[in-house]
Design a protein around this ligand. Sequence first.
Ligand SMILES: [Zn+2]
Length: 103
Amino acid sequence: MPIYEYRCDACKKVSSFLLLRASEEIEPYCKNCGNKLVTRILSRVSVLKSEEKRIERLLDPSRFSGLDENDPAVIEKTMKKLGVELGGEIGDGPGDYINEGSF
Ligand SMILES: [Zn+2]
C-alpha cells in the first residue's frame, strides 16, 4: 500500500496519506493547520517499496519464458544477465559473475 507524505508549505509539518488503491485520488492537505499548499516528499517507505518492485520486475518469470531449464548454458547466461542488472544498479561494482572466464 503506497504511503504519500506531504510537507506543509506554511508550518512545515508532515502529513501522511495512505492509499487503499493505487488509482485512488487524494487531495493532500496539512493535517496540522489545514493548509492545502503542501509539497510531496518521498518517504523512506515508498522508496523501499519502489526498490522492491524493481527487483520483483527483474525476477518476473515472464522474463524467463522460453528458457530451457535443461540447458545449463542458457541458465548461466540468464543468471549472468540478471546479475549484471542487479549488480550494476546497486553498485557493487563488477563481480566475478560477469567475468566470462570465471566459470
Ligand atoms: Zn500546516
